[in-house]
Design a protein around this ligand. Structure first.
Ligand SMILES: [Zn+2]
Length: 303
């Protein structure tokens, strides 16, 4: 049973929007694409787990926990009857090798953060957390390499790696152990959900200003700004994607809100932001329908 779903972090969303509306520096772009790739891998694991895992289990995704002032993040946490699995999902591709406790790309020689140190630290902190809560569970940690195009050379057998070729077996092995959940499992799940830190801070964003960003409505599928209006929809000239005008406006309002949390939502602002051949009346109508107007006439804003 899925108890906590995964959603894109605000950082990933903001970078995704900025990438469409401005030129990111190579370093920013690299960071952004890494986040996209990581998220894609996690979603892929979620789908696989939902498909293959049987028996009673709780699944909590993307937890940020704190114990004794140390923060740690768990991509996927699976509570079974006899064990709690902490999984770190890595979407690396290509050939990598381990040297000592360092992970390198064979092609570029680039060093990656060693996921084992990270998951071991999470495991230790998580056990401490359970101890603080006076809960007694067996904890197991794994680093899951989700990308089928990934190979790891010199992988020691005593490390908690699940390579792409082992992933189905890892899930099947989980299935082999019968799992019935009771009150104690429910309690630990509820505890973890309540302890999840919902910070979602926008820490590493590039600098940007309103004036600097391209205005306009772009295709939600291919991100092209070449969209035309037909009846009630935006039609993408590049890929043919349709989107209802109302949906597209709301999508752009959300984008504006995330990028400029300090700015008030007004008809004029959203009209400028969307910069498209629609009357202000249309924007006003959509805003009124989905948001609450505050104030009157020209100074009305929406929450
Ligand atoms: Zn398109």
């Amino acid at each position: 049973m899925l108890l906590k779903e995964r959603t894109e972090s605000n950082e990933l969303l903001a970078l995704r929007y900025l990438n469409t509306r401005m030129e990111l520096s190579p370093k920013e772009k690299f960071h952004y694409l890494n986040l996209e790739k990581g998220y894609e891998g996690e979603v892929k694991f979620d789908r696989l787990a939902a498909e293959r895992l049987k028996e009673e289990r709780y699944i909590l995704n993307d937890l940020l926990l704190e114990v004794n002032n140390s923060y740690f993040q768990i991509d996927s946490l699976i509570i079974s009857q006899s064990v709690i699995h902490l999984c770190d999902i890595k979407n690396l591709e290509g050939d990598c090798y381990l040297e000592g406790d360092k992970l390198f790309s064979k092609l570029t020689g680039r060093e990656y953060q060693n996921p084992v140190n990270q998951i071991k630290r999470s495991g230790t902190l998580f056990r401490q957390l359970l101890q603080n809560l006076k809960l007694n569970f067996l904890v197991d940690v794994s680093v899951i390499f989700i990308n089928p195009e990934f190979t790891l050379y010199q992988a020691p057998m005593d490390q908690p790696f699940i390579l792409p070729t082992q992933l189905n077996r890892f899930l099947d092995d989980l299935n082999k152990t019968p799992s019935m959940l009771h009150e104690g499992h429910k309690k630990v799940a509820q505890n973890l959900l309540s302890l999840h830190q919902n910070t979602n801070r926008l820490t590493t964003l590039p600098k940007y200003t309103y004036d600097q960003l391209s205005k306009g409505i772009y295709c939600k599928n291919c991100k092209s700004f070449l969209v035309s209006i037909r009846n009630n929809v935006f039609l993408c000239d590049q890929c043919g994607e349709h989107e209802k005008i109302e949906h597209a406006i709301l999508r752009n309002v959300k984008e504006f809100q995330l990028l400029f949390p300090e700015k008030k939502i007004t008809t004029q602002r959203i009209y400028e932001w969307c910069n498209v051949d629609l009357s202000k009346k249309t924007f006003s109508r959509v805003l009124k329908k989905h948001y609450t107007p505050i104030g009157r006439t020209s100074s009305t804003y929406y929450v």
